[in-house]
Design a protein around this ligand. Structure first.
Ligand code: FAD
Length: 633
């Protein structure tokens, strides 16, 4: 964590100095805002937390509830989400309070007596070591609390505007604030009073029954029927031995339970499968009582028993796999003629089975994808065309995940005798570990993702997938660190320069690259606003092939040691050597002739290039930076 470079900070350095619109942020929702986010669930809160880092952008988030979410809803946090929390600065704290999944146990009917269940397998939750981050279970309410804290401590000093319900919107396409939104006060002295706000952009993060979705003419399409689960968060006494382990339990009667131990050492959640909901159900399944859920759980767990002593929350969670055909307000025949003004994120545009624990996680990644793009466009860093990439990227990903989720849910719902081989379910779980961990996302080529022309130079940093961190050693303080963990959610592009074999200071391709990126007129850094730190938009780091003891930081090119803050101090923390015990060049298949890896602000690899391909790098950034020009051919 870097601070003190603007002068001594005596308090909590996580509280950033107020800046821009945060200096005298009005408590009341203003009549005009840059971005209006509707809904303070995971999708809306992440989008808001990301935008809170852009001091020039007025963002407000309205929520119809009167205050914070207290209990219930989702609880599964994939490793990709924890990686995202790291970028927002609260991974360590949430890991400390969460339940950590390390193994999954599978229980099935005892072949000798199918009325009893027996444990048939255990698998590691992340057998392939997909991420250095754990798979967690913690209540959605706590996740939202952490994002609220990030916003409150950000330069913009944001907090949700509770007690305001979205009613309708109209996009006029005219003026600086072309979206007119009608809201209704749902709480406080103004309850029942309507309120009109004008916005440049609106983000609908208002859940599965989204009104924003409706207002832009989208419908969720997909499964005809919903699947229902009786969900309970309970404190209970039981002789079931795996009560503190995640379990998929199938009974001889065909009933099944997904058991999720919860944070705090005692609480656990059970999803009791209530099956497909008939089309003519007319809400009958939702009348399932907690007593019925507990009775069914006891039946499935036989010969074990469950004595529920306290019910923290219970619900009948009814959901189908559904998806909208677009995630913004641009109709298919308008594509290319105008850019979007209204976006939908999270459950508003895709819903998933609870069994694969996707809902909250995918929704947060929608917000991560969209937040920085809005920030860049509104701060004039990028053209509006950037905003069209949100729907183009996320709609495809949501569809892939839903297809995968369907396969997984179908397998989970199979009766034991229907499996081709007895370990089909466990094998599938292990083979597709990337899916439950949240790393399946792979964006295709676009203005933000280069074609994989030079992928062979960095086989472990797949273009279009998230940047997978690896250990390195920071030269200045000899600290062993994870390279990816220094990519905070500050809206900056990352340019990782993996050096050729020459030592720092010697004439080499990396020295030539450093000279170009620091000084060439077609370098993306030339777009940095005058007066801002040289690394304000682009964080350029170098990783040498040698270990830190062989590197003299004094000879490292200035491009990798920018001067920052009002005192023009040297930032020494962008220079790394390899960790001899875990060489990043080996781990990530990096070419020893050197390679440049470009990473987006939401942590996806955008490009891989040789050190000499400066014109190609300039051409990649040119459409993203209005002021940068590609090199003359
Ligand atoms: P949400 O978390 O639904 O957030 C939407 C927010 O928008 C809410 O805070 C809502 O109050 C607000 N809102 C809605 N309409 C308006 C409006 N017109 N104006 C202003 N604000 C509005 N997932 C699981 O995996 N397991 C579960 O057991 C489970 N249970 C759930 C129970 C409930 C009651 C709900 C609603 C969801 C549940 N989910 C569950 C789904 C999971 O919570 C979502 O997938 C995830 O939260 C999606 O995040 P989101 O931000 O898109 O939407």
């Amino acid at each position: 964590m870097q601070f003190h470079h603007h002068g001594y900070v005596s308090g909590d350095p996580r509280v950033q100095p107020a800046a821009g619109v945060g200096v005298d942020r009005p408590a009341e929702l203003p009549d005009e805002v840059d971005v209006l986010i509707v809904g303070s669930g995971p999708a809306g809160m992440l989008t808001a937390a990301q935008l809170s880092q852009f001091p020039g952008v007025t963002t407000r988030i309205v929520e119809r509830r009167g205050g914070r979410l207290a209990i219930g809803q989702a609880d599964g946090i994939q490793a990709r989400s924890v990686e995202t929390f790291q970028a927002f600065g609260f991974a360590e704290r949430i890991i400390a309070e969460a339940y950590r999944i390390t193994e999954v146990a599978f229980w099935k009917p005892d072949p000798a007596d199918p009325s009893r269940i027996v444990r048939t397998a255990r698998t590691l939750d992340d057998p392939a070591g997909i991420s250095e981050f754990p798979h967690l279970i913690v209540n959605q309410a706590r996740v939202l609390d952490y994002f609220a804290e990030v916003m409150a401590n950000a330069p913009t000093r944001m907090s949700p505007d509770y007690g305001l319900e979205f009613r309708s919107l109209e996009v006029s396409g005219e003026g600086d604030y072309p979206v007119t939104v009608t809201l209704l006060h749902t709480a406080g002295p103004d309850a029942g009073r309507e309120r009109v706000v004008r916005a440049k952009y609106v983000v609908g993060a208002d859940g599965a029954r989204s009104k924003v979705r409706e207002s832009i003419g989208c419908t969720l399409a997909g499964d005809r029927a919903n699947h229902a689960w009786g969900v309970m968060d309970v404190l209970a006494v039981t002789d079931f031995p795996d009560i503190r382990t995640k379990c998929a339990i199938q009974s001889g009667t065909g009933g099944s339970i997904l058991l999720i131990p919860r944070e705090g050492g005692h609480l656990f959640r059970m999803y009791v499968d209530l099956g497909e909901v008939p089309q003519d159900d007319a809400g009958a399944v939702r009348k399932t009582t907690i007593e019925q859920i507990v009775a069914q759980a006891n039946e499935i767990l036989h010969p074990y028993t469950l004595d529920v002593r306290n019910v923290a929350w219970h619900s009948v969670y009814e959901v189908g796999h559904r998806l909208t055909d677009r995630f913004d307000d641009v109709l298919p025949d308008q594509r290319g003629t105008r850019t979007p003004r209204v976006f939908i994120t999270g459950d508003a545009c895709h819903t998933h089975s609870a069994k694969a624990g996707q809902g909250m996680n995918v929704s947060m990644q929608d917000g991560f994808n969209l937040g920085w793009k809005l920030g860049h466009v509104l701060e004039g860093r990028s053209p509006e065309s950037l905003l069209s990439t949100y729907s183009a990227e996320r709609q495809v990903i949501a569809k892939d995940l839903i297809d995968f989720d369907k396969e997984w849910s179908t397998l989970m719902a199979k009766k034991p005798e229907e499996f081709d081989n007895p370990s089909e379910l466990e094998d599938f779980y292990v083979r597709t570990a990337e899916f439950p961990a949240g790393f399946m996302t792979h964006y295709g080529p676009s203005m933000l993702i280069a074609a994989p022309a030079h992928q062979d130079l960095a086989t472990g940093f797949t273009i279009g997938k998230r940047f997978k961190s690896a250990p390195v050693v920071r030269v200045c303080d000899t600290n062993p660190v994870q390279l990816g963990h220094h990519a905070t959610a500050d809206g900056r592009w990352r340019i990782y320069v993996f050096a050729d074999a020459a030592l720092a200071g010697a004439p080499s391709p990396v020295a030539d690259f450093a000279e170009w990126i620091a000084n060439a007129p077609d370098s993306p850094l030339a777009a940095t606003p005058s007066g801002a730190d040289r690394d304000a938009w682009f964080d350029v780091k170098v990783i040498y092939q040698q270990d830190h003891t062989s590197l003299d930081i004094g000879t490292v090119p200035a491009a990798f040691k920018p001067q920052v803050g009002p005192f023009r101090l040297t930032d020494y923390e962008k220079v790394y050597g390899t960790d001899p015990a875990a060489d990043i060049f080996e781990l990530r298949g990096l070419d020893r002739g050197g390679v440049v890896v470009v990473v987006r602000p939401d942590q996806y690899v955008a490009n891989v290039l040789p050190l000499t391909a400066t014109a190609e790098l300039a051409a990649f950034f040119a459409p993203l930076l209005p002021v940068a020009k590609p090199a003359e051919a």
